[in-house]
Structure formats: structure tokens, C-alpha cells
Design a protein around this ligand. Structure first.
Ligand code: FAD
Length: 230
């Protein structure tokens, strides 16, 4: 079980929940938990990547984006602070730490940013000199999850770089570029990282297209990692 001890509204449909675990466990950056709840007449169980680093282990955070026809994601966007949730974990092999590589490119679309926030916090807290690049794609300027926080995190990293792509409407977010993450853009962005690891997180469509481009650019399969929603 876990108690919701704090929350933060990230965007109009996305909320971060800070959880205090009744039986604390530790995790590796990139792992997920399962949240189980009775919603209506159903028992629903869904996976959520742990969005905070194990170096900040006095709590665990998840960030939940409400989907178009939601069940759990609506419940978690509405449940009040102070309530308890049934959680199990950690699970998953989408793990990165300093023993995996010292060069890392993270490719995220939409809510796929969540595990990478944990990677960034981890690199900062452990004072690692990992060469790190985050390429994040969001549809609109006002749906960027952790918008200010990502800029702040990357500033705290010794060797961090971050580029935001907006695919539909920048809504005044001037530092973002407009456009999809395509082959030409990626070829330019990964210069100097070719011998690193590439972590992709988001929808099946995003993951498949990033995989195809990266393989086409000569990155071997064994250095491509993915966490797929749905
Ligand atoms: C390893 C992993 C980690 C994840 N981490 C995160 C995370 O950090 N943050 C996050 O927000 N999400 C994450 N997800 C996604 C999350 O698990 C849920 O899938 C998401 O929150 C939607 O759950 P839901 O119960 O609200 O919707 P569900 O009821 O599961 O529906 C999911 C989607 O399927 C569609 N759908 C459902 N039923 C139908 C139907 N009958 N016909 C057509 N379409 C339908 C809906 O459009 C809906 O958006 C993760 C998933 C995985 C596998």
C-alpha cells in the first residue's frame, strides 16, 4: 500500500502523485509499479513508470496522463491527497544506471517522459558525468510534462543536453523547435553519441519509428531499449 502525500498538476490532463510506501522497496531508474484499484464494478490494474529516482527514496512519484477514454488514469487524476493506493513493484527491465553506459540518448513522446525524469534525477544526485541527451516530443506547447522542471534538471547535470520538439502548435513556447523527430534531425542530434545507448519511451507508433530511424543510422539493435505504453 502507499499513501498519497502530495500532488502536482503538470498540465491540464496530467498529475504527479507523491507516494509514501507502507513497505518501502528500492528500485532501479526506469522500472515501473502496478497500481490496483476498484473503479466502478471493476478491479483495475495498470502500470506506471516510477518518475522519481531511487536516490530520493523517502518517497516514490508517478505521473499520470489522463487518456481519451480513461479508467485508471482518470481515477488517479482525481483521487485526493491523503488517500491510499494498492501498489506492487518494482517491475521491468527498462533500466539505466552508470553500469550500463556513460553515454545515453533518451527519446520520449508525451507521457513517455516519466522514466527519464528518474534518470535525470539519478545522474544529478550521484554526481555522474554521463553524457546525456534528452529529445522530447510533445504535440502542443502547453502539454509539455515537467516543462520548467526539465530545463532546470538539465542545467544541474554535468553533461546534459535537452531539445524539445513540438509537432502541432508551440503555443508561444519559443525555445522549442517545431517539427517531428525525423531522420535528418536525429542524425544531427546523435552526433557524438553513436556508441551510446538509446532509450525510447512512449506509444507503439513513436517507438517503432524511432527504432527504424536509429537502425537506419547504424545504431545496433542491442543498444536500443524501449518501454512501450499500450
Ligand atoms: C510499463 C508501462 C509504464 C507506463 N507508465 C505510464 C506513466 O508513467 N504515465 C502514464 O500516464 N501512463 C503510463 N502507462 C500507461 C498506463 O498503464 C495506462 O495504460 C494508462 O494510464 C491508461 O489507463 P486507463 O485505465 O485510464 O485506460 P484503459 O481503460 O486501460 O484504456 C487505455 C486506452 O485504450 C483505449 N481503449 C480502452 N478501451 C477501449 C475500447 N473498448 N475501444 C477502443 N479503445 C479503448 C482508450 O482510448 C484508452 O485511452 C504505462 C504503461 C506501461 C505498460
Amino acid at each position: 500500500m502507499a499513501t498519497i502525500i502530495a500532488d502536482k498538476r503538470e498540465t491540464k490532463d496530467t498529475r504527479t502523485l507523491r507516494l509514501e510506501l507502507s513497505n518501502p522497496f528500492t528500485w532501479e531508474p526506469g522500472q515501473f509499479i502496478l497500481v490496483k484499484a476498484e473503479i466502478g464494478l471493476q478491479t483495475v490494474s495498470r502500470a506506471y513508470s516510477i518518475a522519481s529516482s531511487p536516490t530520493r527514496d523517502e518517497y516514490l512519484e508517478i505521473t499520470v496522463q489522463q487518456t481519451e477514454h480513461p479508467t485508471m488514469s482518470k481515477y488517479l487524476n482525481e483521487i485526493p491527497v491523503g488517500y491510499r493506493l494498492a501498489v506492487k513493484g518494482p517491475y521491468g527491465k527498462f533500466i539505466w544506471n552508470e553500469t550500463v553506459s556513460d553515454k545515453l540518448v533518451c527519446l520520449a513522446a508525451g507521457s513517455g517522459i516519466t522514466p527519464f525524469r528518474a534518470f535525470m534525477q539519478y545522474i544529478i544526485d550521484k554526481d555522474l558525468d554521463t553524457k546525456f541527451k534528452l529529445l522530447y516530443s510533445s504535440k502542443y506547447g502547453d502539454t509539455v510534462i515537467y516543462e520548467k522542471e526539465l530545463l532546470d534538471l538539465v542545467k544541474q547535470m554535468k553533461n546534459g543536453e535537452y531539445e524539445l520538439s513540438i509537432t502541432r502548435d508551440k503555443k508561444g513556447l519559443d525555445y522549442a523547435r517545431f517539427g517531428r523527430i525525423d531522420k535528418d534531425y536525429l542524425a544531427e542530434q546523435i552526433k557524438g553519441y553513436e556508441d551510446g545507448y538509446f532509450y525510447k519511451c512512449g506509444s507503439p507508433g513513436f517507438i517503432a519509428s524511432m527504432r527504424e530511424i536509429l537502425l537506419g543510422l547504424g545504431i545496433p539493435e542491442e543498444r536500443l531499449k524501449r518501454e512501450q505504453w499500450g
